[in-house]
Write a protein that binds this ligand. Structure first.
Ligand SMILES: Nc1ncnc2c1ncn2[C@@H]1O[C@H](COP(=O)(O)OP(=O)(O)OP(=O)(O)O)[C@@H](O)[C@H]1O
Ligand SMILES: [Mg+2]
Length: 167
């Protein structure tokens, strides 16, 4: 889709299992630097948490990664890099996000990976906007990524999963 002269910067990928989404996310992981945000959009069960875990595993985070549904955010550290995993599904309103001081961890000293960013009306930059949709098969997921300012993002390195561009 064209927006005046401006082309949208979206790339589409497809995975066929949870393991493949983990592998995709691990490959995405080294493209992210401190201050970058990954905003994960998609319905319940779309695969946002799987993708978040894959990014963390790719950074070298080991051990269990419980859902931050009730705590809203869980911090991780591996090899001197920080990752903040957010799940804002239970957020009452954006005020609660700021009152809890969570804004400090987006665009801060680590990578912020956020499920349900709309609950806090988040629109940080740099950020990868990641949309997860169900595909044709039960375990197919279509992953659309729009890059807004993430310098290290390299769609070519994800070519194995690429299934089209959206312009
Ligand atoms: N290709 C795939 N990629 C990711 N997950 C898949 C895939 N195929 C099937 N699944 C399954 O879909 C589910 C995804 O669950 P997940 O917890 O990641 O969803 P979510 O988007 O985080 O949901 P919620 O909004 O409840 O947090 C898992 O049960 C996983 O096994
Ligand atoms: Mg989840």
């Amino acid at each position: 889709m064209r927006n005046g002269n401006q082309m949208t910067n979206q790339t589409r990928y497809e995975t066929r299992s949870e393991e493949e989404t983990m592998a995709f996310a691990s490959r995405l992981s080294p493209m992210l630097a401190a201050g970058d945000a990954v905003l994960l959009e998609g319905d319940l069960g779309a695969g946002k948490s799987v993708l978040a875990r894959g990014i963390a595993r790719g950074m070298g985070v080991e051990g269990p990664m419980p859902s931050p549904t009730f705590t809203l955010m869980i911090p991780y550290e591996a090899g001197g890099r920080r990752l903040y995993h957010f799940d804002l599904y239970r957020l009452a309103d954006p005020d609660e996000y700021y009152a809890a001081g969570l804004d400090e961890f987006v665009g801060g000293d680590g990578v912020a990976v956020v499920e349900w960013p709309g609950m806090a009306e988040l629109d940080p930059e740099p950020a990868l906007h990641v949309y997860l949709d169900r595909g044709a098969g039960d375990e197919t997921r279509v992953i659309t990524i729009e890059n807004r300012g993430v310098v290290g993002y390299d769609p070519d390195a994800l070519a194995k999963w690429r299934c089209g561009d959206v312009n």
